[in-house]
Design a protein around this ligand. Structure first.
Ligand code: SF4
Length: 480
């Protein structure tokens, strides 16, 4: 899309809004792909003209005196996009990652839920359903926050290997077939990091409230390797402060009895079995090496063990998957009664092999995903699940949301604490990003590990320096 700005510099905002209506768009001033948008600001009034393949729509909007002028840029862009494409993105012009924070601000200012919904509909064209979703999340989040220990940390361990690479994958993960021979060296480096980090936290008496082992696919490790890494915690952890310990087993084709026994023996009480869909054709299309039956068998196996919580992940908007197939996956999953259910909207970052242009074109700009998420909202509610955490990512189809649902009293604490930046996170493994919250001035500091596993294995010195920085930051946060 040729994007021309006049009288303002709100490039990020206008690009994000353009992606709502044209998800395949790339942006530059010279581009000639039949798409053009002109966004002009004069005083508090914004004009937008969008042209797509010979059709043009225009819109104008004026900001009220009590709001920033940028609101008019967003609203005029939205109105022109809607008039041209007929699409009504349900979040309106709200583009932030955590929309529930905005709703919280409105409720804290004394508005009722109804008044907050009216305000967001007026200012941002946000549908009342989405405001209600945010309000539901905030209510459920309160239960998780009642258990928060702000002086404790959460730990994250990353395993960047998977049995195969899914076509939509936007993480740094490597297929076991090609790079599995490096897993033993990775496990050694991770063991050292876990040991040293736990020692350092112990020394400054910082307790651990939750642990999350994710990936990639942690169960690409053998039972023995899982025991070696996770077993380190038992020497340092105080069971009285640890509230939750999750292992994201992930791909059903990696889950075996001996690995489950190892995970359980090391103290984990929450486990994820992720199928993303129960449609075999979609599973094949996106390069996952398991069938729906493999998922059902893995779930049944996991259920035989006394995990407190099982989570299942699904994705709305997988390439060429019809709305009916997604709805069936959701119904299949709800029938299993996992305590937690997480529904993501497909997000494609640059690292994904699959680009929008390779996707089913009929999906681009359609309301399919909106339908999938509306169905999710109704079906989970009917089945007794509550939404308890919510976030959005850029490059998610339609700028839609990812939502964690939970049966009563089973909210995933790690998800709430980390997503809401309520607690510091100490991340270990390649690509880990630690975050220290509660610093003077409300500042948040991040510490980045090497992104790729081979750099991580090699560069022990960086790991040591990161640990030192992290400990200093945690001490500073504590003394504040
Ligand atoms: S299982 Fe997850 S991390 Fe692994 S390749 Fe698929 S999307 Fe990526």
């Amino acid at each position: 899309m040729k994007l021309i700005l006049q009288g303002h510099e709100e490039r990020y905002l206008t690009e994000t809004l353009a992606l709502l209506f044209f998800p395949a768009a790339g942006f530059s001033a010279e581009r000639d792909d039949g798409l053009q948008a002109v966004s002009r600001l004069e005083g508090r009034t914004a004009f937008t003209e969008i042209t797509a393949h010979g059709k043009t729509a225009q819109a104008v909007d004026t900001a009220r005196e009590d709001e920033p002028a940028e609101q008019s840029i967003a609203r005029s862009f939205y109105k022109a996009g809607q008039a041209l494409t007929g699409i009504t993105p349900p979040w309106g012009t709200l583009t932030g990652i955590r929309p529930a924070k905005l709703v919280k601000r409105l409720l804290d200012s004394g508005l009722t839920e109804r008044e907050a919904a009216d305000r967001l509909l007026r200012d941002c064209f946000t549908s009342p359903d989405k405001t209600a979703l945010c309000a539901g999340v905030l209510r459920s989040e309160q239960q998780a926050l009642a258990q928060l220990n702000p002086s404790a940390v959460s730990l994250y361990l990353g395993i960047p290997f998977c049995p195969s690479r899914c076509s939509y994958c936007s993480f740094v993960s490597h297929s076991v077939e090609k790079e599995g021979r490096f897993i033993p060296a990775y496990v050694e480096a991770l063991k050292e990091e876990v040991e040293q980090t736990m020692k350092a936290l112990d020394k400054i008496s910082v307790p651990v409230q939750s642990i999350y082992m994710g990936g990639g696919t942690p169960t690409t490790l053998s039972a023995e390797q899982l025991r070696e890494v996770l077993g380190i915690f038992s020497r340092y952890l105080d069971p009285k402060t640890l509230s939750e310990f999750t292992v994201e087993a992930g791909r059903p084709d990696t889950i075996t009895q001996d690995k489950l026994e190892a995970i359980l023996a090391c103290g984990a009480d929450r486990i994820s079995v992720n199928t993303q869909t129960t449609d075999d054709e979609t599973l094949r299309r996106v390069g996952r090496t398991h069938s729906a039956d493999d998922f059902f068998a893995a779930y049944e196996l996991v259920r035989r063990y006394p995990f407190r919580v099982i989570n299942v992940d699904l994705i709305a908007g997988l390439p060429q998957e019809p709305v009916e197939a997604f709805c069936k996956s959701l119904k299949d999953t709800i029938a299993l009664r996992p305590e937690n259910l997480t529904v993501h909207s497909l997000s494609l970052k640059r690292a994904a092999r699959l680009e929008y242009k390779d996707m089913d074109r009929s999906r681009q700009g359609s309301n399919d995903i909106v339908e999938m998420l509306s169905f999710t909202s109704a079906a989970t509610k009917e089945a007794g699940y509550q939404p308890y955490y919510l976030y959005r990512q850029r490059n998610t189809l339609g700028n839609l949301e990812n939502v964690g649902y939970a049966l009563p009293d089973t909210q995933g604490l790690y998800n709430v604490y980390i997503m809401g930046e309520y607690q510091s996170i100490v991340a270990m493994g390649a690509g880990g990003v630690s975050k220290v919250v509660g610093l003077p001035g409300g500042k948040i500091e991040r510490v980045f590990h090497n992104k790729y596993y081979h750099e991580y294995i090699r560069d022990k010195e960086k790991m040591r320096r990161n640990r030192e920085t992290l400990i200093t930051l945690l001490q500073r946060a504590r003394s504040f």
